[in-house]
Design a protein around this ligand. Structure first.
Ligand SMILES: Cc1ncc(COP(=O)(O)O)c(C=O)c1O
Length: 472
């Protein structure tokens, strides 16, 4: 085998019962966004189905599809054909000149998938662009509505909405905001995340917990001036920042009621948790809490093209129509025909192969086996998720939930050991316990991964966790 990354000695010994050493400096914080490609592997030449082939005979089981992107596996010829056939017809047209047929088709398909709750689609390339557009459209909506004083946005702690200035301003991810803090927007405010593992009081049920969170949102509106808030943005199931934490039952509805009371828009960022990943095509469909604006990305084109979209609900489209307004926004690659044709093909495959049902079924299997294999591990604090979107949070002390020192980079160590020794790729992150502390990994297999491979993922991950922390 080629030369792989080095792992601190202490990581391979039983560490849940003793002091942990690390080679990391105390300033170093590593999560999947800040860390470059896996050291030691040759350049990637090939992937097929659920496997990466980075050379040297290595075959890596892909348990995360990058950041939850590759939702139908790698290198499918049928998707490649759809992209190529669009390129042969025409590969680019400016959205300002013509609307391309595949853009119309994928937009109609998306609108239909929401049963008409969303009425307009802006097709883009990255999740950050879609979020940026959602924030800007919220602002412009209130100009059309003659409420120009609405300049504030409310996001949540331990959230991630993107890497551009606006989307990062809306994010609560401490590590990713870090270097840019002084240039992030002062109009972006935060409330706490919805994280039952760390925030729920003893004996507090979902309803009481959601009510407490809604009161906090109300207080934030009052503090800012209720008529100064343009929008509240949240992920229905939090991805990279918390490690697959679904909102508790009733929370999204409680948040929506507060937004409606004060006339602000509600944006659901489904870039990571949407497009089938959590067991319904749109995450909001589980409780039928419809947002005013919705962003999608990642699983939309399954990584075959950089594809994202902003979906716009009736409240906004009706005002646009009534006032005869257009959104002052546009990218060169907006409404790209090849992106549209590819995304539509991926969505049709998901539909025709009934893959969302598989997400539900395989997700239940994954949930059960993770709990069985790792639920009692002394350094596994929480296993949470939905569909094929599962997070494992590591703690120094299971009883107190005390996280590890971030400098130890425990999640990153699990990621490295999993890849090097057990040939399984997972996504890792830090910050899930707040203030940049807390380590988690995320398991996000392709929707069509068979049950035997799902079990294989769980076993390999378990062995990596046991190698890093010691066994149960
Ligand atoms: C919820 C969420 N929103 C937005 C983004 C930004 O998407 P992109 O990295 O495609 O710009 C991400 C990326 O991880 C995300 O998870």
């Amino acid at each position: 085998m080629g030369q792989f990354f080095s792992i601190p000695e202490a990581s391979s010994s039983k560490i849940h019962s003793r002091k942990i050493e690390s080679d990391a400096s105390s300033e170093t914080v590593v999560d999947s966004l800040s860390k470059g490609p896996a050291e030691g592997f040759p350049l990637l030449e090939k992937a097929k189905g659920y496997y990466w082939y980075p050379g040297d005979g290595a075959r890596i089981l892909d348990a995360c599809g990058g950041a939850g992107v590759a939702c139908i596996g790698h290198a499918r010829r049928d998707v490649a054909q759809a992209a190529v056939s669009q390129m042969k017809a025409f590969s680019y047209v400016s959205y300002a000149h013509f609307k391309a047929m595949p853009v119309q088709e994928v937009s109609d398909w998306l609108i239909q998938s929401t049963e008409g709750e969303m009425q307009k689609v802006y097709l883009m390339c990255s999740g950050s662009e879609a979020v940026e557009a959602a924030l800007k459209l919220s602002r412009e909506y209130f100009i059309w509505k003659d409420e120009p004083q609405r300049v504030n946005f409310i996001g949540r702690e331990e959230s991630y909405h993107g890497t551009t200035i606006g989307s990062l301003s809306a994010s609560g991810h401490v590590v990713r905001r870090g270097p840019f803090e002084p240039i992030l927007g002062p109009q972006f405010h935060k409330i706490s995340s919805c994280n039952p593992y760390r925030q729920r009081h003893p004996e507090e049920g979902d309803e009481a917990f959601s009510t407490r969170k809604a009161v906090e949102l109300e207080e934030k509106f009052q503090q800012l001036g209720p008529d100064t808030v343009a929008a509240v943005i949240m992920e229905p199931v939090v991805g990279a920042a918390l490690g697959c934490v679904p909102a508790v039952q009733g929370y999204l509805r409680a948040m929506k009621i507060v937004c409606e009371k004060y006339g602000a828009l509600l944006i659901f960022d489904e870039v990571m948790c949407g497009m089938g990943r959590t067991g319904s095509l749109h995450a909001w469909q589980r409780e039928m809490v419809v947002p005013d604006l919705q962003t999608i990305g990642k699983g939309f084109a399954g990584g075959y093209m950089p594809a994202s979209a902003l979906l716009v609900g009736a409240k906004v489209t009706e005002l646009m129509k009534r006032e005869d307004k257009a959104f002052t926004h546009g990218h060169t690659y907006q409404n790209h025909p090849v992106v549209a044709a590819t995304a539509l093909k991926v969505q049709k495959i998901i539909q025709e192969e009934n893959l969302i049902a598989n997400v539900e079924a395989a997700g239940r299997t994954l949930e059960q086996v993770l709990h069985k294999l790792l639920g009692n591990h002394p350094n596994v604090g929480d296993i949470r998720g939905r569909g094929l979107f599962w997070g494992i949070e590591f703690v120094r002390d299971k009883a107190t939930k005390e996280p590890f020192d971030p400098a130890l980079q425990m999640a990153h160590q699990v990621f490295r050991v999993a890849m090097r020794d057990f040939r399984v790729l997972v996504y890792h992150g830090q910050g899930c316990a707040g203030d940049g502390r807390g380590d988690h990994i995320m398991i996000m297999p392709a929707y069509n991964m068979p049950e035997t491979s799902i079990l294989d993922v769980a076993k390999r991950v378990t062995r990596a966790v046991e190698k890093v922390f010691g066994g149960c």
